[in-house]
Design a protein around this ligand. Structure first.
Ligand code: PRP
Length: 216
């Protein structure tokens, strides 16, 4: 029986390129993807695999709805949107932390409602309800660091990778909420009906991760 094509959603950008590097080493290469281009879909007839570049926060949507069988997504997105997908493996790339940050001289007033700017309202709400702090969420879509500088919020809840963005804007991390890394996820139906193909890919990926770890 000929195998079905596996559709894989990759997050556009540096994380997606790293993730593709793992899949390439695992034997799921598609050389055209390395060529500079604006194309969004790439196929390898030989490996029966089709990759597409999507906005990182959209990967789980493609996978949940079955347009992609598999995808690579940050655990921050999984926590925030809680999509109905299977999480297969931690790729150990795209490591960063979800943190509370703010200006160096900000002094919190426990009697007032804390204004929190973030791209991750659900994560922020859960964190603050866990510590019993009343907050007002200000949902932004990027450049979150601007909010406390311009007085739009008291603090931010955001991803910190190197800490450079915070430092260069005179901010500092206060609390770590949760570590973040990239995960391989699967559509629940594809997992069932293409079980062998999917598990073969997962095993190959895990071997690559093991080999890379041993080399370090
Ligand atoms: C992310 C995050 C921080 C920055 C952290 O932003 O929101 O701004 O990276 O990285 P660092 O600790 O290495 O400086 P992203 O590049 O996704 O842009 P945006 O949130 O402004 O869209």
């Amino acid at each position: 029986m000929t195998e079905k094509w596996l559709n894989i959603a990759l997050p556009k950008g540096r994380l997606g390129e790293k993730a593709y590097g793992i899949l390439e080493d695992a034997g799921y290469d598609c050389p055209q993807i390395r060529e500079e281009s604006r194309r969004l879909i790439f196929e390898s007839e030989e490996n029966r695999v089709r990759y597409f570049w999507v906005k990182p926060s959209d990967v789980a949507i493609y996978v949940q709805r079955g347009s992609a069988d598999l995808g690579i997504v940050g655990s921050d997105i999984l926590m925030e949107y809680n999509p109905d997908v299977y999480e297969l493996t931690d790729l150990g790339i795209g490591r960063c932390v979800m943190a509370v940050a703010g200006s160096k001289d900000y002094r919190e007033d426990p009697d007032s409602v804390l204004r929190v700017a973030t791209k991750f309202p659900n994560i922020a709400r859960k964190y603050y309800s866990g510590i019993g702090r009343e907050i007002d969420i200000i949902k932004l879509n990027g450049s979150i660091e601007l909010a406390p500088i311009l007085g739009l919020s008291d603090v931010i809840v955001d991803i910190v990778e190197t800490g450079k963005t915070l430092r260069e804007n005179g901010l500092m991390p206060y609390e770590q909420i949760v570590p973040v890394s990239a995960r391989l996820i699967a559509n629940t139906v594809s997992y069932k009906f293409a079980y062998e193909q999917v598990t073969r890919l997962v095993r190959a990926v895990e071997n690559v991760l093991r080999e890379r770890k041993e080399k370090r």
